[in-house]
Write a protein that binds this ligand. Structure first.
Ligand SMILES: Nc1nc2c(ncn2[C@@H]2O[C@H](COP(=O)(O)OP(=O)(O)OP(=O)(O)O)[C@@H](O)[C@H]2O)c(=O)[nH]1
Ligand SMILES: [Mg+2]
Length: 380
């Protein structure tokens, strides 16, 4: 899955070309442009250039690279189209000027390359948002990547004033936040969702919020399963939420009894709460691994507070990897006024953010992760 960012678009005229343009892709912009030229000839008209970023962002991708696309139309096709429309091509419509601009954008993108020494070869207006990122708790290396990404996404002349520079960094931050929307429910099968994570991270509260969220959005009937038999209070906590929301509830203490509860519970979506333990508790992690193997949940959300230190977040995710979490719920964003921790978290953990918990109130302090909203939180 990729996200498309338009780097450059012809200023006018392209609307009339619907269905006539062709797209050419490459690992770099110039490769895509070369392919376009090979197919359409030197006289092509370029309508737009785009970058496709893998859903895991530029901050945490291993090996996977982004790719580029040039949208263009052959000169002859363009002329013919114009004559059919009886419209004279004008300077203000598509023309060679556009191609020149594309060439310039391409060479600027490429000249910047990945050389960190060229970091400051970016418009000085980016300095203030860069410093703000550092102030909000983003590590230097990730702040640098964000600023370089912001510069690479815009033409330098569009980054001269403060407002454009902040907007570019805001967009770059959003580009760096990989999220995944709420689950699509299959009416023919139960969807099983599990939360895992360290002690006190906010698993049970987030599960209750998620249950309410799914109920409010009419996503299907919801049932809750607690497998924290060590602590009566933990079972009661989830049972209370189940009663308030009028949902079926079961408590189970082994992988098999959880599986039985999942099989017999009448609900479209079953949310499983797991007990919290520290990431160094090997016995507990072994039991969780067995649970994951037996249940094979459709979604496993690792729950971590925003303020988890970078090293701690990495250690926790490494240890909880036995549960194969594929999503991240970030909690306790209200406990800090600096939200840069999101960046380090997504950069360190190869997970998509699913939900964000913003306080203790159930269910309202919770939202489905959205890159723009998280970027706005980070950038104040
Ligand atoms: N400020 C704040 N507090 C939260 C948030 N989410 C959870 N809490 C609080 O954190 C405490 C622990 O929450 P739980 O949901 O019980 O955490 P847990 O991960 O289930 O804990 P264990 O089951 O003991 O591992 C409770 O007091 C919650 O109200 C949040 O987003 N913001
Ligand atoms: Mg709990």
């Amino acid at each position: 899955m990729t996200r498309r960012t338009t780097i450059w678009k012809a200023h006018s005229g392209h609307e009339t070309l619907a269905g006539m343009t062709r797209s050419f892709r490459g690992k770099s912009m110039s490769e895509a442009l070369l392919r376009a030229k090979a197919a359409l000839g030197e006289g092509l008209y370029v309508v737009g250039t785009h970058r496709y970023t893998p859903i895991l962002s530029f901050l945490n991708r291993d090996g996977e690279s982004e790719w580029y696309e040039v949208e263009a139309v052959a000169d002859a096709a363009w002329q013919e189209h114009q004559s059919r429309l009886k419209v004279e091509p004008t300077e203000s419509a598509l023309g060679r000027d556009d191609l020149k601009i594309v060439h310039r954008v391409v060479s600027e993108l490429e000249n910047r390359g990945d050389d960190p020494l060229k970091l400051w070869n970016v418009p000085s207006a980016l300095l203030a948002p860069y410093q703000f990122l550092l102030h909000s708790g983003v590590s230097e290396d990730y702040a640098e990547r964000i600023v370089r990404h912001a510069a690479a996404c815009r033409h330098a002349r569009d980054l001269q004033d403060d407002a454009s520079a902040w907007q570019a960094v805001l967009e770059a931050v959003a580009d760096g936040i990989p999220t995944i929307g709420p689950a699509q429910i299959d009416p023919d099968s139960k969807r099983v969702i599990m939360v895992v994570g360290p002690t006190g991270a906010g698993k049970t509260t987030s599960l209750a919020k998620l249950a309410a969220h799914l109920q409010l959005t009419d996503s299907g009937s919801v049932g809750l399963v607690s497998c924290d038999m060590f602590r009566i209070a933990a079972v009661e906590q989830l049972d209370t939420y189940a009663r308030i929301m009028n949902m079926p509830f079961a408590a189970a203490d082994t992988a098999q009894t959880v599986a039985d509860a999942v099989a017999t519970m009448e609900a479209d979506i079953i949310l499983i709460d797991t007990p919290g333990r520290g990431p160094l508790d090997a016995d507990h992690l072994g039991a969780l691994a067995e649970l994951a193997d037996v249940i094979s949940p459709d979604e496993t959300h690792l729950v971590l507070p925003l303020e988890s230190a970078r090293r701690w977040a990495r250690l926790t995710s490494e240890k909880f990897a036995v549960m194969r979490p594929d999503r991240l719920i970030v909690t306790k964003t209200d406990e800090t006024d600096r939200h840069g921790g999101f960046i380090d978290m997504v950069a360190e953990l190869k997970l998509l953010i699913s939900y964000v918990s913003t306080g203790q109130h159930v269910p309202q302090d919770f939202f489905a992760a959205d890159p723009d909203r998280i970027a706005a939180l980070i950038m104040g």
